[in-house]
Design a protein around this ligand. Structure first.
Ligand SMILES: Nc1ncnc2c1ncn2[C@@H]1O[C@H](COP(=O)(O)OP(=O)(O)O)[C@@H](O)[C@H]1O
Ligand SMILES: [Mg+2]
Length: 435
């Protein structure tokens, strides 16, 4: 050691314990493992959440590039050494370890690279780390879970991540009770809806995302599109781009805005209910923030405005690439970003326009059922209403507002409305121009 430097190696036992609590929940932890499978070019991912009392395990298998023994050792090291390309979902070299240990005391890799015929098995076990108070891993014993992993790999390359000794999922007492089993069932259901949402672009293979297929306990996941773009009554507003500076250049952020149909204009009741999403209508409104096509944050307007019943039909996507990680301050668990204040300002107007339109759509649904019914017929027939004047003049007013917003001239329309109200108050009233 260099003169003047004093060694201060951290305690492995104590540090691993604290690293378990950096903010993952079960579904977020599974999603972080899936990120690694995507980064390893997998096209198929199979998740098994197997309840078996104390022997319960979670297994995430992929058909990606796999790892050699040396690579598997490196992967289990906190702060894996590697460089990141653009498009990469990784960041800190921590996710595999921190996500897994947030739920389980033992993490095993069963993996085979394309260059080797043999599988390697490596375990990072907190009991072992604590016993030796050192950063050590071991060769995994071939138990039921490992045998299941080997069967899933067959003779192809790929990786299986196994979580065992699930102390954060099952209570140490009562792991065998009915309560524990129900908890597993709930988690399995939550995992399905969470992954269908955060990886919907990958499941669809859209927007340049590599196409993946994911199953949970044998059920294949369908993508859950927050913007229900396949519904005919969904309104799409013009998308916008913003430039943000980062340490070595400029990155682009893309905003796309949607007004979802109200309950009455959805094609079916089931479609309406499915669109509610895991948090339900009110809390699923807002900005859906994607990093490299992977959804990292949703369920609020990210500080630009509050959640409101009247704007629950408004949802917008905001896309950024990993070159902007430092600007968005992405955290390790990839469950929180901070919108830079510069961007927050730029978003204010387009978001408020979106919310005005969403508010109109929402109120119209409630206030004028017969108008909505006529409209719905028109939409489902993919025709415009044939009778002139079938909409009220208030409808006309809304249509004008909506067109002005979409054309980017809402401020101009507001000035016009002000004049109409002065000069022809009756006309303004009839058009519903009250404010
Ligand atoms: N499913 C997998 N297939 C192939 N390699 C993997 C897989 N999971 C993890 N790795 C390797 O382990 C490394 C560490 O993963 P992780 O701790 O999640 O950090 P990060 O994803 O930020 O690099 C990855 O960079 C990758 O090289
Ligand atoms: Mg990772």
């Amino acid at each position: 050691m260099r003169k003047g430097l004093i060694q201060a190696t951290p305690s492995a036992a104590r540090l691993t314990r604290s690293l378990r609590d950096i903010g993952y929940d079960f579904v977020g932890a599974v999603a972080d493992i899936v990120d690694n499978s995507i980064a390893a070019e997998a096209s198929e991912i199979a998740i098994e959440i197997e309840y078996a009392g104390d022997e319960s395990y979670v297994l995430i298998a992929d058909n990606g590039l796999g790892m050699t023994g040396v690579e598997a050792n490196e992967a289990l090291r906190f702060g894996t050494r590697r460089s990141y390309d653009s498009g990469d979902l990784g960041r800190y070299g921590l996710g595999l370890k921190t996500a897994s240990l947030s739920q389980a005391r033992a993490l095993t890799l069963v993996t085979r690279s394309a260059m080797r015929a043999r599988c390697v098995r490596r375990t990072l076990d907190l009991n072992v780390v604590e016993r030796y108070d050192d950063w050590v891993i071991t060769e995994a014993p071939r138990d039921d879970a490992v045998r299941r992993a080997e069967a899933l790999l067959g003779s192809s390359p790929g990786t299986v991540v196994i979580w065992q000794n699930l102390d954060r999922v099952l209570p140490s007492s009562g792991a065998t009770g009915g309560w524990a089993k129900r908890r597993f069932e709930t988690l399995t259901k939550k995992t399905r809806s969470h992954l269908s949402m955060v990886f919907h672009r990958f499941l669809e293979g859209e927007n340049g995302a590599q196409r993946i297929s994911v199953s949970v306990n044998g059920d294949k996941l369908e993508p859950w599109d927050p913007f229900v773009r396949h519904e005919v009554a969904t309104q799409t507003m013009a998308s916008q781009e913003f430039e943000l500076e980062h340490s070595d250049g400029v990155g682009t952020v893309v905003l796309s805005r949607f007004i979802l149909p109200g309950k009455r204009t959805f094609s079916t009741r089931e479609a309406f209910e499915a669109a509610a999403g895991p948090l339900n209508w009110n809390r699923q409104q807002g900005l859906y923030i994607y990093r490299e096509n992977r959804l990292v944050q949703w369920g609020s307007w990210a500080g630009t405005r509050g959640i409101d019943e009247h704007t629950k039909l408004a949802r917008a996507s905001l896309d950024f690439g990993n070159e902007l990680d430092s600007v968005f301050n992405i955290n390790v668990a990839k469950m929180r970003v901070a919108i830079p204040s510069q961007l927050k300002q730029m978003l204010e107007r387009p978001v408020s326009e979106l919310c005005i339109l969403a508010d109109h759509t929402y109120r119209r649904q409630n206030a004028e059922p017969e108008v909505v019914d006529a409209e719905r017929e028109a939409i489902t027939d993919r025709k415009t209403p044939d009778k002139a004047g079938s909409g009220s003049s208030a409808e006309l007013g809304l249509a004008l507002k909506s067109a002005a917003i979409q054309a980017g001239h809402y401020e101009a329309l507001k000035a016009i409305i002000g004049l109409v109200r002065q000069q022809n108050p009756g006309v303004a009233d009839a058009l519903g121009f009250t404010s």
